[in-house]
Design a binder for this molecule. Structure first.
Ligand code: URA
Length: 232
């Protein structure tokens, strides 16, 4: 493919914009500055623009360690958005495969593959999500059974689906839920008379937050992680 066409596809640029970018001398192919849009590139070439790798765009699958204070939306007049943490082109094509509250930390999946994210977010597929929860008051003896039985939430017709609680400490638990109602974890504990002090998502299905990531960092998913969403 011609270099200018490659840049149009990868960056969502017009042919005119791509030509301008190339002429600026900011584009290298395998480390060599190229100023002609007619140069041929294949997927084996390493193309950079302003020292940033530009890939032939296939679907993207990203895991982000969302820090506290970032919202899961494209725009927010008040808070930082989690998208600000990504150094990606064609940002407008990306969406969250399930959101976290502004004060929840941990695993957020971001993609431009709608079918893939639907598999995670659709209630039909009951994708498991595991949260580490820090509570204001100690765990009570009835909690494990209460989560397993389902909890009635205000303004919800049906009780929550069976959820699994693992007690780590008297005020720290791991909770696995299989749906994603609004503020679900906080509301479940509130219904039991407790309060969530802090919430952190550790996993979604078989995808576990990489412990090499610091808050605010992200990486692409491995093929195995991407494929895991289709298995069940
Ligand atoms: N449940 C909540 O209450 N908040 C989240 O961010 C995720 C699940």
């Amino acid at each position: 493919m011609r270099l200018d066409k490659f840049l149009c596809d990868a960056l969502g640029a017009t042919r005119k914009e791509a030509t301008k970018i190339i002429k600026s001398g900011d584009v290298t192919v395998d480390g060599v500055v190229q100023k002609s849009g007619a140069v041929k590139v294949t997927e084996d070439h390493f193309v950079e623009w302003q020292n940033r790798e530009i890939r032939m765009q296939g679907p993207r699958y990203i895991m982000l360690f969302k820090p506290d204070g970032f919202v899961c939306s494209h725009e927010d007049g008040f808070n930082h958005t989690a998208f600000m943490l990504l150094d990606e082109v064609k940002m407008e094509n990306l969406h969250f495969a399930g959101r976290l509250d502004v004060d929840t930390t941990g695993l957020v999946l971001i993609t431009d593959d709608g079918q893939w994210s639907h598999r995670i977010t659709s209630p039909k597929h009951k994708c498991a999500k595991t949260y580490r929860v820090w509570l204001a008051d100690p765990v009570q003896d009835n909690y494990i059974q209460a989560f397993e039985d389902g909890i009635e939430l205000r303004n919800e017709k049906a009780a929550t689906l069976p959820a699994q609680l693992e007690i780590i400490d008297d005020k720290e638990v791991l909770l696995t839920i299989h749906e994603g109602k609004y503020h679900q974890v906080k509301r479940m504990f509130a219904a039991l008379g407790n309060k969530v002090e802090a919430l952190h998502r550790e996993s979604v299905g078989a995808i576990v937050l990489d412990d090499m990531l610091e808050p605010g960092e992200y990486r692409y998913l491995t093929q195995e992680e991407i494929d895991s969403v289709w298995k069940k």
